[in-house]
Design a protein around this ligand. Structure first.
Ligand code: ADE
Length: 359
């Protein structure tokens, strides 16, 4: 079932081009029974069969041996958190993944405890087996592998990462069935188009998925310090949000201007000033969140300001603290993506009154 499905379309092309690979291991080949059976009656009675621990264990061990290290082993089950884009991205950072598909009523709990690192559901309904879940996961994760989408577009520029739905799309003709394309899209004004897209994304999310909106934050990324901090801030922002605003706070005009953020905003402050002495005074919050990223060089990780001092300082300015991070300004793309994921995950948690553990 898996091998048939992955031969098609985008994933099929990526496999043929050697960009990703999908191998399958048949658990039945590891049966410890002469009839090739891998299931048995449940202890305690009841309907249905349970997959035995040993064949599952041997099959997973076989798969692990084909990878470079200690891969995450993901068990597809409806008894788990439902897969979302943040989880997909965190899985996409891995070199290898092992997906374990169960059948019947489930798998003997003892082998799950021993081998599984992640439990993933693809939705709140019950399928006949984990294979469709595995295919969904393979598809969603592969889109983040460079080259899979077959052009320069990378999957990380989609609004799902902002917990917003996509804005509406239009192509030629300009008028179809007496419906005209929204004029702003023909204006050629890139900034206006971006703002329209953001507003439409918010409207659509309010209408169709109000639950997502609770987790949506508009990101304002303020940076100051050396030029390389700006380059780092831009790379980080693009991985945190599709709609983020980048502000260079080295500029005096900006520093002098009062700006108040709302409770929907997350301030991402990126600086090489570990002492936090020259923070922008006029940048204020109103139940807003702030994530502080101190972007130094790898050998200069000592913060001179304590977490408590920084929390207190930002609280006075109207912000709740959503994390303090130390990063290497020359970090590679993977490290920057990891940091962006962590910032996004911490940002949507309810304000806890303090910074979650320092990184
Ligand atoms: N196996 C059975 N149902 C499933 C679901 N909803 N998600 C993932 N794996 C499953």
């Amino acid at each position: 079932m898996i091998q048939d499905a992955v031969q098609n379309s985008v994933i099929g092309r990526a496999i043929r081009n050697g960009i990703i690979s999908v191998d399958t291991v048949c658990i039945r080949d590891y049966s410890v029974n002469k009839h090739g059976r891998v299931d048995d009656y449940p202890y305690g009675g009841g309907a249905g069969m349970v997959m035995e621990a040993e064949p599952v264990y041997q099959a997973v061990q076989h798969a692990v041996k084909q990878t470079a290290g200690h891969p995450r082993v993901i068990y597809l089950t409806p008894q788990a958190e439902v897969l979302d884009q943040t989880k997909v991205e965190s899985l996409a950072l891995e070199e290898d993944l092992i997906l374990l598909c169960g059948h019947y009523e489930g798998i003997d709990e003892r082998v799950l405890q021993e081998v599984v690192t992640d439990y993933v559901s693809i939705g709140d309904y019950v399928l006949t087996g984990g294979e469709l879940g595995a295919l969904v996961l393979i598809d969603a994760v592969s889109r983040f592998v460079p080259g899979v989408l077959g052009n320069d577009t990378s999957a990380d520029f989609e609004s799902m990462q902002d917990n917003l739905l996509e804005y509406p799309h239009y192509t030629r003709p300009e008028v179809w069935h007496e419906k005209a394309v929204p004029p702003v899209l023909l204006s050629g004004d890139h900034k206006k188009v971006e703002e329209w897209r953001y507003q439409e994304a918010v409207r659509r999310t309010e209408e169709r998925r109000p639950d997502l909106l609770l987790k949506a934050r508009r990101i304002v990324c303020a940076w100051y310090g050396a030029e390389e901090v700006g380059v780092f801030a831009e790379a980080l922002l693009s991985r945190v949000s599709r709609y983020g605003e980048l502000l260079n706070y080295n500029r005096n005009a900006l520093r002098k201007k009062r700006r108040e953020l709302s409770d929907r905003d997350l301030l991402l402050l990126v600086t090489d000033d570990a002492a936090g002495e020259s923070v922008p005074e006029k940048l204020l919050g109103s139940h807003s969140s702030v994530a502080v990223v101190i972007a130094g060089s790898a050998d200069c990780q000592d913060s001179e300001t304590t977490t408590e001092q920084m929390t207190a300082y930002w609280e006075k300015k109207g912000f709740s603290a959503a994390g303090i991070y130390h990063a290497d300004v020359n970090a590679d793309a993977i490290k920057i993506t990891e940091l962006a994921l962590e910032i996004r995950m911490n940002a949507v948690k309810q304000p806890s009154g303090g910074f979650p553990g320092e990184t």
